[in-house]
Ligand binder design. Structure first.
Ligand SMILES: *Cc1c(COP(=O)(O)O)cnc(C)c1O
Length: 392
């Protein structure tokens, strides 16, 4: 179906932060399959885990215990705020589970009317019928009928707006600690702390969509850790499987216990193969010093991008984001900048608000950052020339 705008390139294999197309041309991957190939390409530990598990058993269904999922869940519980984990297959599906868990928690507490979730301008929560409503951007909703009821939208980073939107039917708040698709916009850490206090005060639940910001992307396992707040429930996907499809809902017991047997489920979710991939990713991300290195590389890349903005203010006006989820606010159309970078052999991803998103694999090194910065410098010079020529 024609629903994607694909570039006319097919990658044949990858290694580390590089992808190689069918003609053997090398590309530096600063998109990571939209912040998903967290360990880069061909990571031997992930490859081996998937191959070994595939040879043993790929799928059994949730009619039976799945030790790989039990182990992965226990490790998330150990490493996070959560008491319990539900596995699924994608970010949208994780958010569906999160919203269902929020609603059911209130229903079980005698408040079935508490079904509404407060979301934010610039949000992105996925493409299912309910999640395009949670996203609230008309661009994703047009032609798909009446919005699914139950989502209210307020300004991002505006605690007074959230307070004003809370009513007797509010179940909770769902916010991305760093808005990815919306333009790589971080939430103020104080805003996240204020949300926690406000949710406690009003008896509603605090949910974070960590689908893009989680799994080490910002230099902590989850981005909300920077604010030192404890949510009630979060959604995770993208980087969790290192490119293998996997999603998860992590929750406090008071939320998790609402999903009693039969209330929610999925055929594929939490299967042996996906969870073997998830465990292999965690082995790397939770290894001593790995996240320190992500933070160190991120600071290096960010400083380089600041210098790029200083040198090419006519093309790039601002660096934003957190950790290795960074954005360059563009003067030319971001899609044109993305295409120019592609022509230079650098993969990036456009985001909302005319931002060029940089989300390299977490294993990226400083030499690769230097290479990306150099290519972006060439792109900026090219774009500046084009803009001048057009102005004449
Ligand atoms: C990508 C994304 C989603 C949707 O994930 P899918 O796996 O495409 O369904 C949801 N929320 C955020 C923040 C995302 O970045």
């Amino acid at each position: 179906m024609p629903n994607y705008n694909r570039a006319d390139i097919a990658f044949e294999h990858g290694q580390g932060a590089y992808l190689f197309d069918e003609s053997g041309r090398r590309y530096l991957d600063f998109g990571a399959g939209i912040a998903t190939s967290s360990l880069g390409h061909g990571h031997p530990h992930l490859v081996r885990a998937i191959a070994e598990q595939a040879a043993k058993v790929i799928h059994v269904s949730n009619l039976y215990r799945i030790p790989q999922a039990e182990r992965l869940a226990a490790r998330f519980v150990e490493a996070s705020f959560a008491d319990s984990v539900f596995f699924c297959n994608s970010g949208a599906e994780a958010n569906e589970g999160l919203v269902k868990a929020m609603r059911k928690t209130h229903a079980d507490a005698g408040h079935p009317e508490r079904t509404r979730v407060i979301c934010f301008e610039g949000a992105f929560h996925g493409r299912t019928l309910a999640m395009i409503s949670a996203t609230g951007n008309p661009k994703y909703q047009a032609g798909f009928g009446a919005p699914v009821e139950g989502f209210d939208h307020v300004a991002f980073n505006d605690i007074d707006a959230v307070r004003a939107a809370i009513g007797p039917e509010t179940a909770g708040v769902l916010v991305e600690p760093v808005q990815g698709e919306g333009g790589v916009r971080p939430a103020d850490l104080q805003f996240l702390r204020d949300l926690r206090a406000l949710c406690d005060e009003t008896g509603i639940l605090l949910g974070f969509d960590e689908v893009q910001s989680g799994m080490g992307r910002t230099g902590k396992l989850f981005a909300h850790e920077w604010a030192v707040v404890s949510p009630d429930v979060i959604s995770v996907a993208k980087g969790i499987g290192g490119g293998f499809p996997l999603g998860a809902v992590l929750a406090k017991e008071k939320v998790a216990k609402a999903l009693v047997p039969g209330s929610h489920g999925t055929t594929y979710g939490g299967g042996p193969l996906a969870c073997a991939a998830g465990n292999a990713v965690l082995d790397v991300i939770l290894a001593d010093g790995f996240l320190d290195q992500v933070r160190d590389t991120a600071a290096y890349l960010r400083a380089g991008l600041q210098a790029l903005v200083a040198a090419h203010g006519n093309v790039f006006t601002q660096v934003r984001g957190a950790g290795l989820l960074l954005g360059l606010k563009c003067v030319p159309v971001n899609g044109d900048v993305q295409n120019a970078a592609l022509a230079q052999g650098l993969l990036t991803v456009a985001a909302g608000d005319n931002v060029l998103r940089l989300a390299p694999p977490l294993i990226v090194g400083k030499a690769e950052c230097d290479e990306a910065l150099e290519l972006l410098g060439e792109v900026a010079a090219q774009m500046a020339e084009k803009t001048e020529a057009a102005a004449k």
